[in-house]
Design a protein around this ligand. Structure first.
Ligand SMILES: Nc1ncnc2c1ncn2[C@@H]1O[C@H](COP(=O)(O)OP(=O)(O)O)[C@@H](O)[C@H]1O
Ligand SMILES: [Mg+2]
Length: 429
């Protein structure tokens, strides 16, 4: 080796080692020597000098290089440290286990056979460390991004719920206002009708007395004239009908009073107050509010059994019931005349169960997993927002309860709500 080449070989800043195919060290530069406490490496076996080398693995590689006469590269990502070297960092002075890129290069003799292998060792510790840090950082960033995404979705969902509950609250206020406004006129209509009923009674009484007087007079001519006046004005029918009309009107008035009462109850301002409420009463009130939605579509059957008072947010539970009842109504084809909605309540240990079952369209299996998602709707714009069930789900969750659905397409759907009677016990479970 010329002196120039030798100087270069010895001093170059990567490890260089030339071995025979059976592993005897032929040449070795300072870099390789500096990394071991051994001296006089030339002539010794590579596996004695560097016992950390994976012997079998390296021998197989050398064999394949001899056969194929190809170079072989060992990237740090495959095998981080072939040689057990140290890498010192110039600035901090810290020492790390060296991460390295190595290569095995075939050296051919005159007969074009591989007689030696040149091993190079290139310190990639700094690059590898920064790459690993980068990878870690990017993983962390990705995680953070996902968490933020989830947060955004949650915020969006919460915003929608807020919007919805805001809407419900304003509908509630509106209903309360309307109920109040209706109350007054209904009050004086009722009182006027009572007076009218009295007056009608007085008039009837007076007419009866006139008739008695005329009969007593025995004047046939006058009797005939009175009869013809009575016929002309249909007096017999009118007197009879007045009391029917009055009875019907009183019935109407008490129905208005009923609706006003349930509207008031339904829209109580204290929406966020936990109360001990009668769920059956809640169902009756809600039914009055949604009656117009269901009246021409389905027959509503009730099987409301005795329930203890349930600790709940009554307004919110009413809202859930309303959503379910309106959905049931939507699921039934108004053309058919055997639509049915069954509402059932019962107590089961420390819980109460509410079932709302319809014989409507049912829910396709592929939709079943989605119906509680916000914005999932199969209804046309204007008819469905896709928020009813998602909101209901959250309300029931807030009550530590459960809402589940069973549905058969073409046969109908049944929603079952389970609510703990007492929240304290529910939380202790
Ligand atoms: N009783 C039911 N029968 C059939 N499908 C139903 C019933 N209740 C809910 N669904 C389905 O679930 C979807 C979501 O319901 P919901 O959250 O109340 O939103 P919306 O009623 O506004 O569509 C409905 O669009 C409908 O496809
Ligand atoms: Mg709905």
């Amino acid at each position: 080796m010329s002196s120039l080449l030798e100087q270069t070989f010895l001093q170059v800043n990567i490890g260089l080692l030339v071995i025979t195919t059976d592993g005897t060290i032929t040449l070795c530069n300072h870099y390789m020597e500096d990394q071991t406490s051994e001296t006089d490496l030339v002539g010794r076996n590579i596996f004695d000098v560097y016992p950390e080398l994976p012997q079998k693995w390296l021998q197989r590689r050398i064999e394949s290089i001899c056969q194929l006469k190809n170079s072989s590269y060992i990237n740090w990502e495959q095998r981080a440290s072939l040689f057990n070297f140290r890498s010192s960092r110039p600035i901090t002075g810290t020492q790390n286990k060296m991460i390295q890129n190595c290569s095995l290069l075939p050296i051919l003799d005159d007969e074009n056979q591989v007689s030696h292998i040149c091993i190079t060792v290139n310190d990639t510790t700094a690059t590898a460390i920064s790459q690993m840090q980068l990878k870690k950082t990017s993983l962390r960033l990705n995680e953070e991004k996902k968490a933020q995404q989830r947060l955004i979705e949650k915020l969006e969902e919460t915003k929608n719920q807020l919007l919805q509950s805001e809407k419900m609250a304003s509908i509630g206020q509106l209903a309360a206002g309307v109920a109040h406004e209706i109350n007054n006129p209904v009050g004086f209509i009722k009182s006027n009708f009572n007076t009218l009923k009295e007056y009608a009674g007085e008039l009837n009484g007076a007419l009866d007395k006139y008739n008695d007087i005329i009969k007593a007079m025995g004047d046939v001519d006058i009797e005939q004239r009175i009869d013809s006046i009575n016929n002309e004005h249909d007096i017999e029918y009118v007197t009879e009908d007045i009391s029917t009309l009055l009875a019907e009107s009183f019935d109407g008035i008490s129905r208005i009073e009923d609706i006003v009462k349930s509207l008031k109850h339904f829209s109580r301002a204290d929406t966020k107050e936990w109360e001990e409420a009668d769920i059956n009463e809640g169902i009756e009130n809600t039914l009055k509010v949604v009656a117009h939605e269901l009246k021409y579509i389905a027959e509503v059957e009730k099987d409301l059994n005795d329930l203890p008072l349930v600790q709940c947010l009554p307004m919110q539970i009413n809202q859930v019931l309303m959503n379910l009842l309106v959905n049931a109504g939507h699921a039934i084809d108004p053309e058919r005349n055997d639509g049915k909605v069954l509402i059932q309540t019962l107590q089961k240990n420390q819980q109460i169960v509410i079932r709302i079952q319809d014989n409507g369209s049912g829910i396709e299996e592929k939709h079943l997993v989605k119906i509680f998602d916000p914005f999932f709707t199969t209804k046309p714009i204007g008819k469905g927002t896709g928020l009813g069930l998602s909101l209901s789900y959250n309300i029931i969750q807030e009550h530590n309860g459960e809402i589940i659905v069973n549905s058969t397409p073409g046969e109908g759907t049944c929603f079952t709500i389970t609510l703990p009677i007492s929240q304290r016990e529910a939380q202790n479970v």
